[in-house]
Structure formats: C-alpha cells, structure tokens
Design a protein around this ligand. Structure first.
Ligand code: A3P
Length: 304
C-alpha cells in the first residue's frame, strides 16, 4: 500500500460521527457526510504504536476476527464481560479520528475497525490491514438479520428478506455494493501490509486462521501461541469459539433483546434456508461478472 494518510486519504474528507438523532434508513453510507481532517491518524504522540486496521464489508466475520486478534495480543485473555469491543477497537466511521487517536491503543498496536471501501480507508505503509471476506450469499442473510435487529439504527424492523435482498443487490445498504467492495480489496490481497482472510477458511480450520493472524502481527506472536504445549493458542481457540462469544453479547453490540442475537449461527451455507434459487443465481451472476475464474477459485467453493 502506498503513501501515508494525508496523501491517500480523500482530500478535504475525513470521518463524521454518524450517530445522529435521526434513525438511519437501511443505507447509511449516503448519509455519512465527511468532515475535513487536517491531522493524520498517526500523530507523533503515538509514533511507537502501529495502526492495525480490520477492514470488512459488514457481516463477513469482523467481530470474530477482532476478538481473535485481541486474544493473540493479550495472551489468550478474553474481553471482560463488561468491556466493549468498540471501545478497545473503535469503529472509525462511527466515532471519528479524535476518538481513535486518543483511545485505541493496546500492546503496541492502535486498533481501528472500518467498513470503508478501499479508496476511503486511510492508508499508510506502516499500518497493517486485516481484510476478511465472506461469500455474499451468507453475507446477505446475516446482514438482513443484523438490520432487522437494530430498530434504533435502521427503519427496517418490519422489512422482508426479499426487500432487503434487492437493496443488497443494488448496493443500497451500509457500505454500498458488496461486489465492488470486494473487487477493490481483492486487487490488494498481495500487498505486504495486507492480510487477506476468508471467513469460510477460518470456520474450517480455526487453528490455521489464528496462526496466520499471529504471524501477520509479528514473529513473536506465533512463538508465544505455540510454546508450553500451545497453551495460549488453545485459549485463543476456546475464547473465540462461537459458543464462547455468544456469552455476554453486550461486549460486541448494543442491546438486541427480542431479536436474533448478533452472534447468530456462524454457519457456512446457511443461506440455503432463506434464499430462493433465483436469488442465489442473481448473486452468482454478479460474482461471475466481477471476478475471474481464478479469483473465484482463490475465494473458495462458496463463491461458485
Ligand atoms: P451470522 O449472522 O451468519 O451468524 P460481523 O462481525 O462482520 O458483523 O459478522 C457477523 C457474523 O459473524 C455473524 O454471522 C456471526 O454469527 C459471525 N460470528 C461472530 N462470532 C463468531 C464466531 N466466534 N465464530 C463464528 N462466527 C462468528
């Protein structure tokens, strides 16, 4: 990845606090009007801390990968029941630069979450970027449940899946078009400061997923995970499991009482219960239009 934030960051554009007094509609992105920023994220005060971004299209395994990374950085000790991930690892476009600059520092890394597209994500050759993708069929189902379950944020509590599906296909949901989003990041999957991960491979081989992240953080981390009969690795696996993360859900999100939990099923292929054949075909068509066969093969069987 190229130059530092002020050069690559869109000129005269920065981040706005999106929690307005008005509810969002389903699509938040067009309402995210951005403030002018003159200060790069990596200010002199934090020179010793590397910026570590988690970048995802929503519902692709962000929180899970955040917690795995957090566990690796904290020797397998999980977030406490009353600790919130969005404080430890703030969401840039929700809280803005200043909050990130002042708060998000842990063990040598400043942790930053974003659902910004590649072009909007602040770039710095000294920063690291963990990108996670998930197949669009499971993503749209997860995103639908997410949206229905946050009536304080979205006017969609009564919305149907078919309506949501069409909005997703048209890119009229948070973070806009899934396919363009993935297209941009896939072009950077081999950048030295990018770790490109797939949700499905993590679900199939959690050990390898964790070790990949650890290696990306620095050579000392896999060593620590593996020593003493893999004591810390086992802790990371235990505390990042679906079951474990379903406990104390307020660590991950605001209240969803009465709705599907935020840590829902974590399944691969669960879309078959909800998508019609035509809907699945429409998503597949978009994949086939946007990616080469080799790229689809790289992304895995769930992109076919
Ligand atoms: P489902 O809704 O399909 O269950 P994000 O954090 O990007 O919003 O992604 C949310 C998705 O990741 C949800 O998918 C959620 O259940 C899944 N997820 C969260 N924690 C997980 C874990 N520990 N293991 C597997 N999947 C997890």
């Amino acid at each position: 990845m190229g130059s530092s934030y002020p050069l690559d960051f869109p000129p005269k554009v920065s981040i706005v606090h999106v929690r307005t007094k008005h509810k969002r509609m389903v699509s938040v992105v067009p309402t995210v009007v951005l403030y002018v920023s003159s200060v790069p994220l990596n200010s002199a005060r934090h020179r010793t801390n590397l910026d570590l971004f988690i970048v995802t299209y929503p519902k692709c395994g962000t929180t899970w990968t955040q917690h795995i990374t957090y566990l690796i950085l904290h020797d397998g000790v999980p977030l406490a029941p009353d600790q919130r991930m969005d404080v430890v690892w703030p969401h840039l476009e929700e809280v803005g630069n200043d909050f990130v600059r002042e708060n998000a520092t842990t063990n040598g890394y400043r942790l930053i979450k974003t659902h910004f597209s590649y072009n909007l994500t602040p770039k710095n050759p000294n920063a690291k970027y963990i990108y996670v993708t998930r197949n669009p069929k499971d993503c749209v189902v997860s995103f639908y449940h997410h949206t229905v379950g946050f009536p304080r944020h979205y006017d969609f509590a009564e919305g149907s899946f078919d309506t949501y599906f069409n909005l997703f296909l048209e890119g009229k949901v948070d973070s806009n078009d899934y396919f363009h989003f993935l297209r941009e990041w896939l072009d950077h999957k081999d950048d030295t400061n990018v770790l490109f991960l797939r949700y499905e491979t993590g679900r199939n081989d959690i050990r390898q997923y964790i070790l990949q992240i650890a290696e990306f953080l620095g050579e000392e981390y896999p060593k620590r995970l593996l020593q003493d009969d893999e004591r810390i690795l086992k802790l990371v696996m235990e505390h990042s499991s679906l079951h474990s993360m379903q406990q104390n859900p307020r660590r991950w999100c605001s209240d969803r009482t009465g709705f599907t939990p935020f840590i829902r099923k974590g399944s691969i292929g669960g879309w078959k219960e909800l998508l019609s054949e035509d809907q699945a075909k429409l998503l597949q068509q978009r994949l086939n239009q946007m990616f080469t066969q080799n790229e689809l093969d790289f992304l895995g069987e769930h992109y076919h």
